[in-house]
Design a protein around this ligand. Structure first.
Ligand code: GTP
Ligand code: MG
Length: 222
């Protein structure tokens, strides 16, 4: 048991070291790195498709996609005219920093935003930093308002909570205030956005937040 613990500590320690190197290198270049986490199907790629449409004419953006199998999500992003790299983990339930480090040399150095979509999973990705400045957790309305306290690490380690699929709120017994309160109880510094990638509602506020965060990183050339 003890040996298992040491091995896990070693894996996480190595991951954190690589993640910190990625973070420093990207921030030096003025690249805002975001790590999107959620359970499968909460709408990570749909949100990135919308962000691609809205940001690509004003900013240089790139996307790294994480999935167990298939190139599907990267193809969806490329169809929006934004460069995307697909990592397939072949079974692993999360991305690790070393996987991002392998892709980074392929990504243009002068981008403004690097979005990393993690493997759909509300548990394992929370333990692995990827070099992100901003960690975003999505919770979609069909999943239920009771999820933050059941999957606490995803919410307690995030900087931003996106309550997604807001267009479905009229049809679901999802208590927005309960979800917000549960998440804030775990993490009072969470920024919360309620939005729909389908209708675009709430998207402007989220985009303003992203642009401000990018400016704060590099005020001179934002
Ligand atoms: N009604 C509604 N449906 C949405 C919204 N966003 C995404 N969807 C739908 O939800 C499903 C899953 O969306 P994806 O963007 O593929 O979700 P994901 O989180 O990227 O999924 P994985 O990559 O498999 O983890 C798709 O059928 C989308 O069309 C939304 O804002 N409203
Ligand atoms: Mg996806």
């Amino acid at each position: 048991m003890k040996k298992q613990l040491y091995v896990l500590q070693d894996i996480l320690g190595t991951n954190q070291k690589i993640a910190r190197e990625i973070k420093a290198a990207c921030e030096d270049k003025g690249v805002l790195v975001l790590n999107l986490m959620s359970s499968p199907g909460a709408g990570k790629t749909a949100l990135l498709e919308k962000l691609a449409e809205r940001l690509k004419n004003r900013y240089k953006i790139a996307v790294i996609e994480g999935d167990i199998e298939t190139e599907r999500d990267a193809e969806r992003i490329r169809a929006k005219g934004v460069p995307a790299w697909q990592i397939t983990t072949g079974g692993a339930c999360h991305l690790e920093a070393k996987m991002i480090a392998r892709i980074l040399p392929l990504v243009e150095a002068d981008i403004d935003f690097l979005f990393i979509e993690n493997v759909g999973n509300l548990v394992c990705p929370a333990s692995y930093e990827l070099g992100e400045r901003i960690r975003v957790v999505l919770l979609s309305t069909p999943e239920g308002d009771d999820k933050p306290k059941k999957y606490p690490k995803a919410f307690s380690t995030a900087d931003v909570l996106v309550l997604s699929k807001a267009d479905l709120l009229p049809y679901l017994p999802f208590d927005l205030e309960r979800a917000k309160k549960e998440a804030l109880d775990l993490n009072p510094r969470l920024r919360i956005f309620v939005l729909s990638a389908l209708t675009g509602e709430g998207l402007d506020d989220f985009i303003d937040f992203l642009v401000d965060a990018r400016s704060a990183l590099s005020p001179a050339d934002a």
